[in-house]
Design a protein. Structure first.
Length: 413
């Protein structure tokens, strides 16, 4: 698999220098909704284009379409995060992360690592802005927004190999989640792994002293010893314990497991290269059907959420309006004409057959029907008596009109 070397570096942002907000947020939301609505109407053709005969052109068109869709998700990501935070609307806030995940999934299928790093950096800048504002506000109701932001920030920094900065965010999360011991201890444990990835055993011991749950204390001690002795089996045993903990307590432990894998990988590369590496998807891969359906569903849900958060914003659909009433009338007329034609043809055939079977000199009580003439009602057996007919007065049952029959056939407009 292709790999790209990334030296340890922080994301190119500074908490103190990040300031300001999106000007005229309402207009920004309207613009994002317009772009997303258009994307929703064309997403199948954009992501699953029919491959032309020229493979090179097909690849170029696909990449261009993907980047256009990614840019729209990227724009919506930033707007949803800031809008959700400002309004303290956690659902809108979370849609921002969904837009981010959609963009990353699409980019991963193209192997475009440079674009992945770029969108991660933009997300980091937005989240740092939110964390700074949240701290300044000193409002506990903003903690869910700060916690979610710090979780993503720690993982973004880890993906760049900036374990020292990631460690600080994990440590801050451990403090913020002190009322939820399992979650808080898990964050401290990840901070310990960051320290070990930096070969900072002393710092790992220092953070381990913050642990209060016996199981985490044992795992931390075992982990530090395993790393010092480069004991891979010891780390694998800790991975099993983390998996059991996640399954039993329904915790998301994927990032913890990933960090432990990086520790094991560090043993193999320590002697040959001090540079951290991350995997890059190889080749040009198509999205799976499941990935496409998730992106499409997430897009629709995101549009609905942004729209409900801004009911005054009206987005005109690019799809042409269909006059269903006119279509129904045309269908009725067409069916009526077709039924009338079929009845006339059938009547002519039946009458002709009857006439051919009657002996030439056979007497009849009334004049024979003329071929091609109207069918007489005399002698037709009554199948159903319509309501309202007074047979004693010689009234004939009313037959349903053809239009009424059609209305029963076409049950919905």
């Amino acid at each position: 698999m292709d790999k790209k070397e990334i030296k340890e570096k922080p994301v190119a942002v500074d908490e103190e220098s990040v300031s300001g907000e999106i000007s005229n947020l309402e207009n920004a939301v309207k613009g994002a909704l317009t772009e997303l609505t258009d994307l929703e109407s064309r997403i199948v053709n954009l992501i699953k284009p029919k491959p032309p005969s020229n493979h090179s052109n097909s690849t170029q068109n696909r990449e261009a379409n993907f980047l256009m869709a990614v840019r729209r998700f990227q724009n919506a990501m930033t707007i949803a995060l800031i809008d959700g935070f400002n309004k303290m609307d956690i659902e809108t806030f979370n849609e921002g992360f969904n837009f981010f995940e959609n963009a990353i999934t699409m980019l991963a299928s193209t192997g475009n690592e440079a674009e992945i790093e770029q969108i991660k950096s933009e997300l980091a800048q937005t989240l740092i802005k939110i964390v700074v504002k949240g701290r300044e506000a000193k409002n506990e109701e903003l903690n869910p927004f700060i916690i979610k932001s710090c979780q993503y920030l720690s993982q973004i920094y880890e993906s760049f190999g900036s374990y020292e900065t990631a460690m600080k965010y994990h440590g801050h999360l451990g403090f913020l989640l002190s009322d939820e011991p399992l979650l808080g201890e898990l964050e401290y444990f990840q901070a310990i792994i960051n320290c070990l990835l930096l070969n900072s055993v002393a710092k790992a011991h220092q953070i381990a002293r913050k642990l209060t749950l016996r199981n985490f204390q044992k795992m931390a001690e075992s982990l530090i010893n395993s790393v010092q002795n480069q004991n891979t089996s010891g780390i694998n045993n800790i991975k099993k314990q983390i998996k059991v903990l996640g399954a039993q307590r329904k915790l998301d432990v994927q990032n913890t497991l990933h960090l432990l894998d990086q520790l094991i990988g560090a043993f193999k590369t320590e002697e040959t290269s001090p540079v951290k590496t991350i995997d890059i998807p190889s080749g040009d891969k198509k999205l799976t059907e499941d990935q496409f359906n998730k992106i499409k569903s997430s897009l629709t849900h995101g549009i609905e959420k942004l729209q409900s958060a801004h009911p005054d914003i009206k987005i005109s659909s690019s799809a042409p309006q269909i006059d269903t009433n006119s279509i129904i009338k045309e269908i009725k007329t067409a069916i009526s004409a077709e039924i009338s034609r079929e009845i006339r043809t059938l009547s002519d055939d039946i009458v002709s057959k009857i006439i051919r079977k009657i002996p030439a000199n056979m007497p009849t009580g009334r004049s024979q029907p003329r071929s091609g003439g109207p069918i007489s009602d005399d002698g037709v057996p009554d199948i159903q008596i319509a309501e309202g007919a007074d047979l004693s007065k010689g009234e004939k049952p009313k037959r349903p009109k053809l239009d009424d029959m059609l209305n029963n056939i076409i049950v919905s407009e």
